[in-house]
Design a protein. Structure first.
Ligand SMILES: Nc1ncnc2c1ncn2[C@@H]1O[C@H](COP(=O)(O)OP(=O)(O)OP(=O)(O)O)[C@@H](O)[C@H]1O
Ligand SMILES: [Mg+2]
Length: 349
């Protein structure tokens, strides 16, 4: 938000509506029975907006629009400054290095960037393979390296409080007495991935989660070996978890710290944007002929159609395995001949 957002009563009202829908609705997602709670909330909001008040375009949900602070008009997210087109060079880049912005991911990135810049903890929650890790990795990569250090910790069943403390302390330096913090006057952003995976002990506690909770509550933790207290400052947390795996929920005393965003499976337009960026980049890098490069959209749509047909017919497979397959397949394509024999033939026959 900037000064423009509150400069007139109209601007203030639009800004209030924009913030309110995300404050109340950011954590909504798809229920176990398939109910889309974001859509329900959007329909409810639209049915209560008065004709004279701030109205959203009738198409799509209220979450699909960004408030342009200059014109005070709700625009699609791909018109917002967080949305940028990116290119992929398959000779010099690895696919996991590149986070492709989509309309959907831009909305979360917009709020996440602003929350992190202001020191607020953020959590992304959603099913496997929905791009949580990739989205946060993209945000961390864009942070100003002169101001921020980052550390990514992936939790697993065996991550205890003590193991986690050792990892978090790794990049810390002594600032004074018993006070520790990141070196060079920077701030530290800890990205704790798969936060809810550690084992729940017989006291119904996940010690790693208790350590983070203690740190966020009091800016300190204890060195269990030396039995002394360490104040650890200038640190903030960003996390991701899949609430259908691990402990499902985490201790509410930690959860309350986070602004949570429900992440759902990317829609077809987003998947098309992500894969065309990789596929076009790869075709360009290796100088594929035009008759092949023209097929990008058809190849992706055809593959998605096959995936949807298989997913609808057979037992559920995770989106992640499909994307992993895609990533290895794209990198394996070194020439048009490969594409013709390995890819197009089964697809077209
Ligand atoms: N916007 C994107 N740009 C590029 N790649 C993406 C994007 N979104 C997802 N992917 C790719 O999709 C795959 C799954 O994404 P990711 O690992 O981030 O999912 P996740 O939600 O963290 O899953 P899990 O809960 O299993 O950890 C990864 O290979 C990732 O690189
Ligand atoms: Mg992940």
């Amino acid at each position: 938000m900037n000064k423009l957002s509150t400069s007139t009563p109209r601007a203030l009202e639009c800004t209030f509506v924009f913030c309110a829908i995300w404050a109340f609705g950011s954590s909504l997602g798809i229920g176990d029975d398939g109910t889309d709670y974001k859509l329900k909330f959007s329909d409810w909001w639209k049915s209560h907006q008065s004709a004279k008040g701030v109205a959203f375009p009738p198409r799509d949900t209220i979450f699909d629009y960004w408030l342009d602070p200059v014109s005070n008009v709700f625009e699609e997210w791909n018109k917002s400054p967080v949305f940028k087109s990116v290119t992929f060079d398959s000779k010099t880049m690895s696919m996991s290095e590149l986070t492709v912005p989509t309309g959907e991911s831009s909305s979360v990135a917009f709020w996440m960037n602003s929350l992190v810049a202001n020191g607020y903890p953020v959590m992304l929650c959603g099913g496997a393979g929905q791009g949580k890790t990739q989205l946060i990795a993209g945000m961390l990569k864009d942070l100003d390296a002169d101001q921020y250090d980052t550390l990514t910790v992936s939790m697993n069943f065996y991550t205890s409080g003590e193991a986690l403390r050792t990892m978090l302390e790794g990049p810390m330096v002594k600032l004074s007495g018993s006070t520790f913090g990141p070196a060079g006057g920077k701030k530290m952003v800890f990205f704790v991935d798969d936060l809810n995976l550690p084992m729940v002990d017989k006291y119904n506690t996940q010690s790693g989660i208790s350590l983070i909770r203690q740190h966020m509550d009091y800016s300190h933790w204890y060195d269990i070996g030396k039995l002394n207290l360490k104040t650890v400052i200038k640190c903030q947390y960003v996390s991701a978890m899949n609430p259908t795996a691990g402990s499902f929920l985490i201790n509410p005393r930690l959860q309350r710290w986070f602004t949570a965003f429900g992440i759902s499976a990317p829609n077809e337009a987003s998947i098309l944007t992500i894969f065309s960026t990789f596929l076009n980049g790869h075709f360009e890098t290796y100088g594929f002929e035009k008759k092949i490069t023209d097929l990008t959209e058809d190849i992706i749509k055809g593959t998605l159609a096959i995936h949807n047909a298989v997913a609808g017919t057979f037992r559920k497979v995770s989106e992640r395995s499909v994307r992993a397959f895609w990533k290895t397949s794209i990198l394996a394509m070194k020439c048009a001949k490969w594409l013709q024999t390995q890819w197009l033939h089964p697809l077209l026959s």
